[in-house]
Design a protein around this ligand. Structure first.
Ligand SMILES: Nc1ncnc2c1ncn2[C@@H]1O[C@H](COP(=O)(O)OP(=O)(O)OP(=O)(O)O)[C@@H](O)[C@H]1O
Ligand SMILES: [Mg+2]
Length: 363
């Protein structure tokens, strides 16, 4: 199911009964514990932990401690973990490649990625996913469509690259605390997979944008009838909104954070001013798609913790001139949460999107 771009090929593809999926956010780590029940997954537990604070890259030991804390918060019930590789450590691009086996594609990219990705990526690992060609049932039956299909010279391929050091460190950190890193999936892919299984009809038939507002950055993808068309990362996130509010109101960061989350009506004007640059960048991405394809983006689905704010959603909607809504990715799973977690999932769901989508990519 879903896009698959796990960077670890060596692990057995045996279906796990239980798995932990972790989204190492730059502000908050999100983790979900999923249990396989026949063909579907049940969400049995989740955890939110503050990301380790550090100025630079996490040390191996810090990473190991953090993964250990994640597994503990989820009750230490499995050792298998899948990890979302953040926007800073992995890139995703759509390219065209000749019709050759996957293994050969990986080799080509390894030696010749600069050509295909317009970027020099030394010491990276690469993975690909062949995007199934879009052929509607009616067309598939016409002889002309069949001819076109056989003469199609290239595959559309989604390519992901991750820093090799990051992948190696993560595997080692996990194993040092008794965990097994099963798969790594680019964080950008998470919302796409979660969206496909949450709203399959919309995914297949409409042109929508998925926006994930993070701490320091925001990702935006345009999905055109089930196909990933544009994807971009904008360097604005919840952090800048708080910094901007603090400056505008001449208060501390902590106070501004409280006010932002509390959505006090009197901050709307200041918040609007700060959301504006983000709105402008996102609008530019939609414009880019719309001009190239001559199709409007009909709706924008927003995830990440900032999507919990109705005020931010409203400001974005008017800035983008298209409806922006929060969505809860947990609806694609069977919910088997207990107590407080069952009550809070509606509220937390938008923040778990990347973690849930990672699960859907790798299992
Ligand atoms: N209710 C809320 N209203 C508005 N903003 C909120 C709310 N709750 C959290 N935030 C903001 O969301 C941000 C954190 O979002 P999130 O946890 O999705 O980021 P992250 O995944 O850690 O970051 P990244 O994806 O960039 O690595 C913080 O800046 C916080 O202020
Ligand atoms: Mg995030």
């Amino acid at each position: 199911m879903g896009l698959q771009l796990p960077f670890l090929h060596t692990v057995s593809k045996k279906k796990r009964n239980q798995v932990i999926c972790v989204d190492l956010g730059s502000r908050t780590t999100k983790a979900v514990l999923l249990e396989r029940r026949g063909e579907i997954f049940a969400l049995t537990r989740y955890a939110l932990l503050d990301a380790p604070i550090c100025e630079r890259k996490l040390s191996l030991e810090q990473m190991a401690d953090h993964l250990h804390a994640v597994a503990e918060a989820l009750g230490n019930s499995t050792k298998y973990i899948s990890v979302a590789v953040g926007l800073g450590d992995a890139i995703v691009r759509q390219v065209e490649l000749p019709q050759i086996p996957l293994e050969e594609m990986r080799t080509i990219l390894k030696v010749n990625h600069k050509n295909y990705l317009q970027q020099d990526l030394p010491n990276h690992v690469f993975d690909c996913y062949i995007i199934p060609p879009r052929v509607s049932l009616a067309n598939a039956k016409s002889p002309e469509a069949a001819r076109n299909a056989t003469s199609m010279p290239k595959f559309k391929v989604l390519v992901a690259a991750a820093k090799k050091q990051f992948v190696d460190d993560l595997v080692q950190a996990a194993s040092s605390v008794g965990l097994i890193a099963d798969a790594m999936v680019p964080a950008l892919v998470g919302p796409i997979n979660a969206f496909e299984s949450s709203l399959p009809e919309v995914y297949a038939k409409e042109t929508v944008a998925l926006v994930d507002i993070g701490f320091k950055s925001t990702s935006v993808c345009v999905l055109d009838r089930g196909e990933l068309s544009t994807n971009r990362v904008v360097n604005i996130g919840g952090d800048q909104l708080t910094v901007g509010l603090a400056e505008a109101m001449n208060i501390s960061y902590a106070e501004a954070e409280g006010i932002k989350i509390g959505m006090a009506p009197e901050v709307e004007a200041s918040l609007q001013m700060n959301v504006l640059p983000l709105g402008r960048e996102l609008r530019a991405s939609l414009d880019f798609f719309e001009h190239q394809n001559d199709r409007p983006v009909s709706q924008v689905y927003v995830s990440g913790a900032s999507a919990r704010s109705e005020m931010i959603m409203q400001i974005l909607s008017s800035e983008l001139m298209v409806e922006c809504k929060t969505w809860n990715s947990s609806i694609s799973l069977q919910l088997a949460l207990s107590g407080q977690q069952a009550v809070e999932i509606d509220h937390i769901g938008s923040q778990l999107t990347v973690a849930i989508g990672t699960a859907l990519a790798s299992y």
